[in-house]
Design a protein around this ligand. Sequence first.
Ligand code: SF4
Length: 401
Amino acid sequence: MIGPPSRQTDRETEIGLYIHVAFCRSICFYCDFNAYAGLSQLIPAYVDALVDEIGMLPPSLSDRWPLGLRFRIGSIYLGGGTPSLLTAEQIGRVLAAARQWPTADDPEVSLEANPEDLTGDYLQALRDLGVNRLSIGVQTFDDALLRRLGRRHGGAAAIRAVEQARRAGFDNINLDLMFALPGQSLADWRRALDQAVALQPEHLSLYNLTIEEGTPFHRWVMAGRLHPPDDDLAADMYRLAIDRLAAAGYAQYEISNWARCDHRRCFQSRHNLRYWRNQPYLGVGAGAHSAFGGYRYANVRAPAVYITRIRTRQSPVEGESIEYIDQRRAMAETMFLGLRLVEGIAVADFQARFDCRPTDVYGAELTELAAAGLLEVTDGRIRLTERGRFLGNEVFVRFVS
Ligand code: SF4
């Protein structure tokens, strides 16, 4: 067992900086993110708070915080919510605050955007500010399905957004798509994939719709008014995506993510790879999570409370969220996060980090899962089999308990 981190250290840790923009024009019917509609009047004060919070990083976790931890920023990710609701000037202020900290050469700077916000001038301004990766929330190109999801844009707006982004010089574009939508057939999903591939994005994230408690979709499913596709159809859709994207030259590198990758350039998300490799990150903004200095913690969720905390120089961290990550927990997280990656976990890396091999700690679990055909140990790596990727949750839960 390791103890809490020492209180003085001059180690410099490379982190990903996540910046949460908690505002949306309206709330999609399936959404359970920390996002709010009707609060756009708070945006200027929220941006001020983001700038101040970034300037004060890392936050004080009272007497638990190890003093003197230094970091440099390896990637920046503006997520939400809808970051593209911010003006270019506001985004510029936030990025300038981040760049006051030591920053890696050529950091990845990603911004999530909704298609309807991406005008030519706005995209050009984002490029000029150093945003070099755009993640567009497309979900599907079918207008009827988009309406059913409560999305504000149509399929044509998504196509236009990608074309405009290319014209502005973006050469690293991700499209978010969702499948297993209520009323979506396998043929609908095939059309969505074909349309996405025709736009030639560098990266694709494909999410199986999950019905989350507290959302309108959950209420409608409970009331029998909404019928998502059954698990077999969802699995067929996932299978179709794997085959279709492989044929189009995309390499799957995570359960839900595909990228173009060749000897010249690999478009895997550098920021998100940090999460799956269980590496440190700092999050700013309402509800943003951090994993740093041996702790996990989250900021208060409500934007108005977050703004007040920052204005009054109080820590934005929700006290109850602070968790010390002991060695046992860190090993479990490294396993179930790393197994999401197609490359899996390098036994040597695990050993270098924890001074023991995965088989020393999880021998029984690994043997059982391998016997069930869900994972394999080859070439010094532990990874899911293809069957395991379909049944990932059954594997991950073995490391959580
Ligand atoms: S745009 Fe994204 S964050 Fe906003 S409500 Fe829709 S799904 Fe949620």
